[in-house]
Design a binder for this molecule. Sequence first.
Ligand SMILES: [Mg+2]
Length: 228
Amino acid sequence: MKYKWLLFDADGTLFNYDLAEQIALKKSADEIGLTYDENLLQAYKKFNGDMWLLFEKGEIKPDELKVKRFSLLLDNYDFDFDPGKLSSIYIENLADCSVLIDGAENIVKQLSKSSKLILITNGLKTVQRKRFNNSSIKKYFPDIIISEEIGYAKPDPKMLDYAASKMEAANKKEMLIIGDSLSSDIKAGNNFGIDTCWYNPSGKSIDQEVEITYEISDLKELLSILND
Ligand SMILES: [Mg+2]
């Protein structure tokens, strides 16, 4: 086993974030009487994505992000509701969705036999803690590192440094970060100076300057990479 320490992103890498987001948004919209449809989902994704990019750049705090994405959405639909309240409803609903990417549990189980694993996420603590605690993969991870709790977010290398010390990783050459985001996961790995594995199930193109050690479209591919 080439890599003894594996740092996994959570959303979109092990957790099926797209599905969780859809379920939580629909439930929240239903609760406040806003009509849910594909356009609403796409509008939310756009506003949410924009806010997360600002967050990765350190231009916005988690508390602002949580509410701003909904104030933009409600304004866009001219719907009168308190965005802070909607944010709380949504977060509650999202935390209840711990649905995993197909096959993730089995892969993690296999890998945990020969490597130490840690989850490292920029998600919100109220969502991530609850979802992690409810998930079937919890037993394979000694810990989850959440940016909102430690005060640094990927791609800041301090977050990986913190994770490395938590898992007592001794050698950067034996560490690998696995994630679906170029701007947070892969960039963080580059900034920290470790190998990277880009999980790219939908075949996105590379739109920024990053160094990718491995690219996979299915988590199963990790088993052969790691057993080389
Ligand atoms: Mg992700």
